[in-house]
Write a protein that binds this ligand. Structure first.
Ligand code: FES
Ligand code: FE2
Length: 348
């Protein structure tokens, strides 16, 4: 698709009958469950072997603990006995977590393994355990009984990349709506000051979308530097983009999780660049590139976008041709499966 084609082609946008006067919306997370996604819970470094931490997650509370075997578990926080919070005074004992109240112990599979006062272990004495994995220095939990998709890989093997992962940026707009930014070409041009030389090829699939081969020049803050970028959305909460960013080969992942108690999304950022070498000077040069990409991402996402998106009441109305992919993405988000199998376990 050329820049010209987006400006001149007229595309009829099919609308559903509307019930609101201000246009279509995506139901907020929590309505009908939560999007069935891999969600980031915390940084891997936050949980060393033998440690447990309590976290807000979706509309409830979980604990994250790491056993002596190094495996990390994300589990509902409230004990299936009298509901004590395992994140407040709970202890990791070997590969099990011990409740602070009557010292029942739960294994990494969620089942109660030991009741010190004695007697039979009730068969329902079982915590909810999320499918859990670690990747790029983050602990991820899947909102579902079984993962339905895998997170993507950066296009360069992990051992050839230097990776910097950090959190948490607080977004008041749900991450899925924040992600519509990437197909909102009006705002790329008008807000971020990008001169788009080539629009991407865009394709939607069951668990995400791909945008291939966008070329822009950054006139606002990049002195006209040219970038060639691929973007993908996986699920509704994981963005990956990168390629040649103003002459730097770099990649970025953005992962968000809704925290209903605070009305926010916690957003984690992963920056990856090819290692320039293992000697001290090359490592230093690699760190410099990582820092430059972090600075660039901060300028675009935090300085430009957040003051606006944190206060937006997101509705789609009065659409222009430039908005058609945002509408397509809203359709994708509206159709995306939701579930909440842990609801009875993690809510207070
Ligand atoms: S409340 Fe956890 S063991 Fe009793
Ligand atoms: Fe943006």
């Amino acid at each position: 698709m050329s820049a010209k084609s987006l400006e001149t082609k007229s595309v009829a946008i099919k609308r559903k009958p509307r019930s609101e006067t201000r246009g279509e919306r995506v139901p907020p997370q929590g309505e009908g469950g939560f999007d069935v996604n891999w969600y980031p819970v915390c940084l891997s470094n936050d949980i060393r072997a033998g440690e447990v931490k309590g976290m807000d997650f979706l509309d409830g509370r979980v604990v994250v603990f790491r056993g002596e075997n190094g495996a990390v578990t994300v589990m509902s926080a409230y004990c299936r006995h009298f509901g004590a919070d395992l994140g407040v005074g709970g202890k990791v004992m070997g590969n099990e977590i011990q409740c602070p109240y009557h010292h029942w112990r739960y294994g990494q599979d969620g089942a109660c393994k030991h009741i010190p006062i004695g007697g039979a272990i009730p068969k329902n004495a079982r915590q909810f355990v999320f499918p859990t994995m670690e990747k790029w220095g983050l602990v991820f939990a899947f909102n579902g009984l079984e993962p339905t998709y895998q997170l993507p890989e950066f296009p360069i093997p992990a051992d050839k990349l230097a990776i910097r992962t950090f959190g948490k940026i607080k977004c008041k707009l749900d991450i899925a709506l924040q992600a519509t930014n990437n197909v909102d070409f009006q705002h790329l041009i008008i807000l971020h000051g990008l001169d788009i030389e080539k629009y991407p090829e865009i394709s939607f699939h069951k668990y995400g979308l791909e945008q291939k081969g966008m070329v822009w020049r950054d006139n606002l803050r990049g002195g006209g530097a040219k970038s060639t970028v691929d973007v993908s959305l996986t699920g509704t909460n994981f963005l990956m983009f990168g390629g040649d960013l103003a002459g730097m080969n770099a990649y970025m992942g953005i992962a968000g999780v809704p925290i209903i108690r605070d009305g926010i999304s916690d957003v984690y950022t992963i920056i990856a660049v090819p290692k320039l070498g293992e000697d001290p000077a090359s490592r230093q040069a690699t760190e410099t590139v990582l820092g430059a990409i972090e600075h660039w991402a901060h300028a675009l996402m935090i300085d430009d976008d957040l003051p606006i998106t944190n206060n937006v009441s997101f509705r789609m109305d009065n659409l222009l041709n430039h908005d058609r992919y945002v509408m397509q993405m809203v359709r994708y988000l509206q159709a995306y499966p939701r579930a909440h199998p842990s609801a009875e376990y993690i809510r207070k």
